[in-house]
Ligand binder design. Structure first.
Ligand code: MG
Length: 274
């Protein structure tokens, strides 16, 4: 049986890493477009975007999001563009002001969780508002699963019609305080997903040194994967990644060894129904 092509998502910037951490982190709009284009050429078909202000701090400025989207659309035909609505980049409803620019997808976190020493706060009312806005602008959510309870919230919201099916999930493993990067945890998440949302697609990503390990689990289990400097700035303990595209290239080579073809942007759109 032919195996499902693997969609490689690249999370190019995030809200945390700085040039001091790794000079290759793309911060300005033009750096972000250039970095995405290299990843597109290397095999990424979906880009997850955070934007920064002029000082390099995370922000939720809708105009910045638009500029990045415009450049990527020009240079990377059919690549799926996903905006982050993450909580480190803005406050409350401002986190989804970018949806007016109608990206293909946006990240959506359905609950709150402790990230090591801070609270990632997503109140139920705010989450419902985000979901409604995504429906209003025809933006497909990527449901970020930081903790298992969020999976059941997604299932319930889908049954209530607040989320349109088929859903797409991202299991995020390896953040202190949230789901650990353990294969048994991913296996359990997949099992529950199959029961709760049988039509759903899923990917998994590992934070920091777990990036490649979790990607490889996802390849082996028929999921999609996510790499990039947002989640991990190194290729080994001793060496920083030279670029986002280096991390994509590693993922492409690993896909070959797991006998998974790498999805084209067009295939990715069909697989994710977006
Ligand atoms: Mg993010």
């Amino acid at each position: 049986m032919k195996k499902l092509p693997a969609i490689i998502t690249v999370a190019i910037t995030g809200s945390l890493p700085t040039k001091e951490d790794n000079p290759a982190v793309p911060i300005t709009v033009s750096e972000q477009i250039e970095s995405t284009h290299q990843c597109y050429e290397a095999g990424a078909s979906l880009v997850h975007i955070h934007v920064r202000d002029d000082e390099g701090k995370p922000c939720s400025d809708a105009d910045r999001f638009f500029s990045v989207k415009e450049g990527i659309e020009k240079h990377c035909p059919e690549m799926i563009i996903q905006f982050s609505t993450g909580g480190r980049s803005g406050e409350g409803r401002a986190r989804v002001e970018c949806l007016v620019h109608k990206p293909d997808m946006a990240s959506l976190t359905l609950g709150s969780v402790n990230f090591f020493n801070s609270v990632y706060l997503n109140e139920p009312e705010l989450v419902r508002f985000f979901a409604e806005e995504m429906k209003r602008f025809s933006v497909k959510p990527e449901i970020e699963i930081f903790d298992l309870g969020m999976l059941y919230i997604a299932s319930r919201m889908a049954k209530e019609g607040l989320l349109e099916q088929p859903l797409h999930f991202q299991f995020v493993l390896g953040i202190k305080g949230a789901l650990p990067a353990k294969e048994s945890v991913l296996d359990f998440c997949i099992k529950e997903l199959r029961e709760e949302c049988p039509d759903a697609t899923w990917g998994a990503c590992g934070i920091g040194r777990f990036q490649r390990t979790v990607s490889n689990w996802a390849m082996a289990k028929g999921g999609h994967l996510r790499v990039g400097l947002e989640d991990n700035i190194r290729v080994s303990r001793d060496r920083l990644a030279a670029s986002n595209s280096e991390l994509v290239e590693i993922a492409v080579r690993d896909c070959e060894s797991f006998n998974r073809s790498v999805s084209s942007p067009k295939e990715a759109r069909a697989l994710l129904a977006c």
